[in-house]
Design a protein around this ligand. Sequence first.
Ligand SMILES: C[S@@+](CC[C@H](N)C(=O)[O-])C[C@H]1O[C@@H](n2cnc3c(N)ncnc32)[C@H](O)[C@@H]1O
Length: 341
Amino acid sequence: MKLGGRMWWTLLSGPRRRRGGPLSRAFGSQQPHSHPTGESSATELVRRWTEIFEKRGIPEAQESSEYIVAHVLGAKTFQSLKPVCRTKPLTPQQLHDIHELCSLRLQRMPVQYILGDWDFRGLNLKMTPPVFIPRPETEELVEWVLEEVAQRPHVAGTQGGPLILEVGCGSGAVSLSLLNELPESQVIAVDKEEAAIRLTRDNARRLRLQDRIRVIPLDVTSEGSWTPLLPWAPLDLVVSNPPYVFYQDMEQLAPEILRYEDPVALDGGEEGMDVICSILTLAPRILKDCGIFLEVDPRHPELVGSWLQSWPNPSLRLVALRQDLCGRPRFLHVQKSRPYV
Ligand SMILES: C[S@@+](CC[C@H](N)C(=O)[O-])C[C@H]1O[C@@H](n2cnc3c(N)ncnc32)[C@H](O)[C@@H]1O
């Protein structure tokens, strides 16, 4: 499935059917590069690699081959290539590059890592394994935060815009989109993984948003970890797409995820709540009234509701729930009922 010309590849799409065999079979005799003539066109290469991907059970076979061929030809999408570029013979170098990249796809490397960049809410972000690849549904989480900020003109930090904390910034997709779409805002982005910290900083510099973001290495589940954030309090809101996969569901994830993405970005513990609970426990100390926006598993609204009810500190309420494009309850707004003191 595609959305806006980009691959529609969600975390919760579940296990994918796996055909084909072990990786060693990925380099079979029927590969397009065995054509040494250099006479193959882009269209022909897409057709042949699509066929190979389909035979080997590679998900999104056509999209994968189109993105790779387009990338080697210097375009973002196959559809954006001029007709003449699609039909003229490719050079031996282009054929070689396509073969190399398609071979990575046969090993189930996600297209986003193969290309090295990906778009999120119109921002082009560098992607490097094993940092979590932003998913399309997370664009909806950002949208919700933007709507909320628009409805609360009083939400403003010292610079005139909201001061936002993102927990688990990964590539920086959420933080940088918010900075981009809220020109007065400032963001503190934290992540426990050094690779994520580096990539968020790198993406911030590439997008010239580095002056409004502080990227801090921090494990929100460790004792006293929020102390470095206290000088920033009070913050206007907290946003997070935390690791929320139930531990027992981890092995069901697609090979693309299991082989290439950092399990720390996905594994939320027994009920997927480990990082969620840390956020809910600690955020009230540094938050004003606007609240916490979370992306979660469809089972979490109920679990979070019960957790909040059983929690001795009644200052947080689950005030709203939103569904993703597939109609699953996936986004939570938890609000502070008492003002920051
Ligand atoms: C699902 S990814 C989300 C990344 C990014 N926000 C996005 O939506 O694309 C979760 C992120 O949380 C980070 N993370 C996991 N456990 C953490 C913890 N205890 N403290 C801080 N960050 C954590 C992971 O390293 C990962 O980058």
